[in-house]
Write a protein that binds this ligand. Structure first.
Ligand code: PEP
Length: 249
């Protein structure tokens, strides 16, 4: 089954109104493969979501970087999935390593968030990945499998899920995984989906790579059989994001 290439841009906690407008202008003027070939989803901070959605070309979509684990209410500072749906935001990133490590989000909590977001009609980019220490101790697949199973057990409809493998040691460090390292984990994740969910879900689910992807290294990574796209941090704030989108073809 052909899987449509997916390129996400995680802007993290960056930007001003002026900077956001500049990035959107670059994206709007970019000549990229059509939406039948690549899904492009950019993820600005919450405060800029509506602005970006209103300015962005219609073949690109927006994602929130997080949402609350259950229905809204007395949860100061949180943003609920229903609010995102109400604003017409189709996607949300959940389980990003910065939230797992800095804010203590556990596998179970991320699984709960994924279940809640999907139940409200959001599409989810669910992130998994090991730390350097875990890789060096040989436990990469155990860690990534535990993170994925905690999510997989909560998903009823995989059509609305993209799985992002993002080794923590590669995020924001300039140390990109080699094509072989990325392929090994992506292939193992697809086997995990095959064995634990179904052969159909394993064949159709996009597994994207994130971690220091840039305009120079994207082509080689995109050529790996099980790499179905990218989640891009730093480079998604720069014009080279357009080159990364173009690596879809
Ligand atoms: C990310 O934050 O999801 C990410 C992949 O960051 P970077 O591309 O900067 O490594």
């Amino acid at each position: 089954m052909a899987r449509k290439f997916f390129v996400g841009g995680n802007w993290k906690c960056n930007g001003t109104v002026e900077e956001v407008k500049k990035i959107v202008t670059v994206l709007n003027e970019a000549e990229v493969p059509p939406e039948e070939v690549v899904d492009v989803v950019v993820s600005p901070p919450f405060v800029f979501l509506s602005l970006v959605k209103s300015l962005l070309r219609s073949d690109f979509q927006v994602a929130a970087q997080n949402c609350w684990v259950r229905k809204g209410g007395a949860f100061t500072g949180e943003v609920s999935a229903e609010m995102l749906v109400n604003l017409g935001i189709p996607w949300v990133i959940l389980g990003h390593s910065e939230r797992r490590l800095l804010l203590g989000e556990t596998n179970e909590f991320v699984g709960d968030k994924v279940a809640n977001a999907l139940s409200q009609g959001l599409k989810v980019i669910a992130c998994v990945g090991e730390t350097l220490e875990q890789r060096e101790s040989g436990s990469t697949m155990d860690i990534v499998a535990a993170q994925t199973k905690a999510i997989a057990g909560r998903i009823l409809d995989w059509n609305n899920v993209v799985l992002a493998y993002e080794p923590v040691w590669a995020i924001g460090t300039g140390k990109v995984a080699t094509p072989t390292q990325a392929r090994e984990v992506h292939t193992a994740l697809r086997k995990l989906l095959h064995d634990n969910v179904s052969p159909e879900v394993a064949a159709s689910t996009r597994i994207i790579y994130g971690g220091s992807v840039n305009g120079a290294n994207c082509k080689e990574l995109a050529a790996q059989p099980d790499v179905d796209g990218f989640l891009v941090g730093g480079a998604s704030l720069k014009p080279e994001f357009v080159d990364i989108i173009k690596s879809a073809t």
